[in-house]
Design a binder for this molecule. Structure first.
Ligand code: ZN
Length: 171
């Protein structure tokens, strides 16, 4: 199968033809990152960035509190780690797997990095920029658009967040 040619002229690596079982396995790794975030007092969101061949290139978790950094979201951490490992900013053909629907900042970065595919767990009705409030990654005006799969292990992803906030509210 010939690689898809996009308007930019860049050849896209073969689309990640990974099934739902594989997405769930990666989401379990993202959930481990989310739980680790909760352990240092950060809202539990975790992410992994996966190469076209299925290798995990980068991991990230929310570290806003830990690093006193408003941009230290799980997705950005995972993309930074992957770009560092690859030695380049282009993440063509990769899949980003994250426990929560990305915000506008992260959705923008996903497009900038040319991530091919986004898999997320829970919706974020207050800040989500993929289905809830906006759809920044599939805007037809952009040259690069991202394939999206939503709701993977949604119950587990939502439960991690719920238990964090329940615990914080407890006296
Ligand atoms: Zn974000």
């Amino acid at each position: 199968m010939a690689p898809e040619v996009r308007p930019s002229g860049a050849a896209l690596p073969p689309a990640a033809a990974h099934g739902s079982v594989q997405d769930e396995a990666w989401m379990r790794q993202a959930l481990e990152e989310a739980r680790a975030a909760a352990a240092h007092g950060d809202v539990p969101v975790g992410a992994v960035l996966v190469a076209p061949d299925g290798a995990v290139l980068g991991r990230g978790r929310n570290r806003r509190e830990q690093r006193a950094d408003p941009t230290a979201h799980a997705e950005l951490e995972a993309m930074r780690a992957a770009a560092g490992a690859l030695g380049g900013w282009r993440l063509d053909g990769t899949t980003l797997v994250v426990t929560l629907e990305p915000c506008a900042m992260c959705a923008g970065a996903i497009v900038q990095a040319r991530v091919a595919r986004l898999v997320f767990g829970a919706d974020d009705p207050k800040a989500g920029a993929v289905t809830s409030l906006w759809d920044l990654v599939r805007d037809p005006r952009l040259a690069h658009r991202v394939e999206v799969r939503r709701g993977v292990l949604v119950d587990e992803c939502a439960a991690v967040l719920r238990s964090f906030f329940d615990h914080r509210r407890a006296p």
